[in-house]
Ligand binder design. Structure first.
Ligand SMILES: [Ca+2]
Ligand SMILES: [Ca+2]
Length: 175
């Protein structure tokens, strides 16, 4: 440390001796400083993107989990309905008509969707037998949240579960 300080002092004296900094030296210093500032700005943007991505991912995961939880707690026969405004009554029915996010008309995969906080939430229900909940013993339930982060990159959070029909599983059915 002592040695380094000594060298700096020596250089300082030397520079003073020839009459301060030259224009070229000042410009070089300015360029070096600019590179530093640009680097710092880039790092701030990168950090901001990271924060935004983290916040959106957390919200997306919460939305996906909440939807899955509602699908787990619904009476089996009402598995294709949704209470999106959470007033206690299901007002939305999942569709299998090939419109919006439902990929194929009549393939037995029913789809529901909604948007909130710049996140598109899509969920599907597929029965292992038939197209009616009553005929099936199992349902594959999937929810995915799609969102765009700063910079335009699209990301997705996806959760999938299998629920058993309580009638087939031998559990008492609540009506
Ligand atoms: Ca409702
Ligand atoms: Ca479909």
């Amino acid at each position: 440390m002592k040695y380094v300080m000594g060298r700096i002092m020596k250089q300082g004296v030397l520079v003073k001796g020839i009459g301060g900094f030259t224009l070229v030296e000042s410009m070089v210093a300015l360029v070096v400083l600019s590179i530093g500032v640009i680097g710092t700005i880039a790092m701030c943007e990168w950090a901001q993107q990271g924060l935004q991505r983290g916040a959106l991912t957390t919200t997306a995961l919460a939305m996906v989990e909440s939807r899955m939880e509602q699908k787990r707690s619904l009476p089996w026969e009402q598995l294709l309905t949704d209470d999106l405004d959470q007033d206690g009554t299901a007002e939305s029915v999942m569709h299998d008509d090939g419109t919006q996010e439902d990929m194929t008309n009549g393939d037995g995969i029913f789809t529901g969707s909604m948007s909130r906080s710049n996140i598109r939430l899509v969920w599907t229900v597929e029965f292992n037998r038939g197209r009616q909940p009553g005929a099936a013993s199992l349902a594959i339930i999937e929810a995915r949240a799609l969102f765009r982060v700063l910079g335009g990159e699209e990301r997705e959070v996806r959760v999938r579960t299998i629920r058993a029909n309580p009638r087939y599983a031998g559990l008492p059915v609540l009506s």
